[in-house]
Design a protein around this ligand. Structure first.
Ligand SMILES: [Zn+2]
Length: 272
C-alpha cells in the first residue's frame, strides 16, 4: 500500500498567522517543527494502517520546511522548489491514496489563513465554474491519475469546503477558525494523536474512497488581486481577459490548468 502525503503548514494546530509560515523568525522555526511532527503522525498512522511505502512532498512556500533529521526515517521526502506539479510533485498512478496534511480553505473563505496557491496573487480560482481550494485542485489532479484522497487535516473550514468532495475520506479537524488569523486549537500533542489515528483509519478506508475527477477539458478562471497582475498574465499567449482583474485559459485538462496557475503565481510575484 503506497501513500503520498502533501504537507502544508497553515492547517497545522498552533499555526494561525502568516509570520508562522514565513522563514526568518522564531515563530516560523516553531511552526515548522509542529508541521514536521504532524507529518510524522500521519506517516506513523499510515504504517499502522498497513502502508508499505510513504512519500512526503513538502508543499508550503519555500518547500524546505520539514526538518529532515526529525522526519520518520521510514518515509521519503520531496523538498525544494520549483518542481513539476508543485504541491503534488512525485505523485503518480502507482500510489493507492493521497493525504493532505496541514491544509486550509480556499481564497475568500472565512478560515484560518485561507488562500489558494498564492494569497498574494489570487482572490479566486475556478475550474469549469467550480470554486476551488488547494485540496480540490490537487485532489482533482490526483483523481486524474486515478488516485483518491483518503485523509485531510486542518481547520473546520477546510472540512466544510472540501471533505464531501472526497467520498470515503477521513477528516481530522485540529482547530476551529474564529477568523483568518485566529482559532481555537487542539494541543499539538492531541492533534498528533488524532492525526495518527485518522491516518490509520484512512488507509483501511481506501477501498471505499472515490477519486475526485473534474472531467476535461478545463476552463480555468482566476480573479487576480490587482489590475496590473491581470495586465501581466493577459500578455501570455492563449490568455483571455475576462475583466479588469480576470483571466481565463482553456486547458486540455487539470494538469495544464495547474501549470498555468503556477506560471501566473510566479509572474505575479514579480509585481510585489
Ligand atoms: Zn497552502
Amino acid at each position: 500500500m503506497r501513500i503520498f502525503i502533501s504537507a502544508d503548514i497553515e492547517g497545522v494546530a498552533g499555526v494561525v498567522n502568516a509570520q508562522q509560515g514565513t522563514p526568518g523568525n522564531p515563530e516560523y522555526e516553531r511552526a515548522r517543527r509542529l508541521m514536521t511532527q504532524e507529518v510524522n503522525a500521519a506517516i506513523a498512522g499510515a504504517f499502522d494502517g498497513g502502508a508499505t511505502y510513504v512519500l512526503v512532498n513538502d508543499s508550503h512556500g519555500p518547500m524546505v520546511n520539514l526538518i529532515p533529521e526529525d522526519m520518520d526515517p521510514r518515509a521519503e521526502c520531496i523538498i525544494g522548489r520549483p518542481k513539476p506539479m508543485n504541491m503534488t510533485a512525485g505523485l503518480d498512478a502507482s500510489f493507492d491514496a493521497v493525504f493532505f496534511t496541514g491544509y486550509h480553505s480556499g481564497a475568500g473563505r472565512h478560515g484560518v489563513l485561507s488562500h489558494t496557491v498564492s494569497g498574494f496573487a489570487f482572490q479566486g480560482i475556478r475550474i469549469n465554474g467550480i470554486e476551488t481550494a488547494e485540496a480540490t485542485l490537487y485532489g482533482a489532479y490526483a483523481g486524474s491519475l486515478g488516485v483518491p484522497v483518503a485523509l485531510l487535516t486542518g481547520d473546520d473550514r477546510l472540512a466544510e469546503q472540501c471533505h464531501e468532495t472526497f467520498p470515503g475520506s477521513v477528516m481530522v479537524q485540529v482547530k476551529t477558525a474564529l477568523g483568518h488569523r485566529s482559532a481555537r486549537a487542539l494541543s499539538p500533542e492531541m492533534a498528533r494523536a488524532r492525526i495518527r489515528e485518522g491516518a490509520a483509519q484512512a488507509v483501511r478506508a481506501i477501498p471505499g474512497c472515490t477519486p475526485y475527477v473534474i472531467p476535461p477539458p478545463c476552463r480555468l478562471e482566476v480573479d487576480l488581486a490587482t489590475v496590473a497582475m491581470a495586465d501581466l498574465c493577459g500578455a501570455v499567449p492563449g490568455a483571455e481577459r475576462t475583466g479588469p482583474r480576470g483571466i481565463a485559459f482553456e486547458c486540455p485538462g487539470i494538469t495544464e490548468a495547474q501549470q498555468w496557475i503556477g506560471v501566473m503565481a510566479t509572474m505575479c510575484g514579480t509585481l510585489r
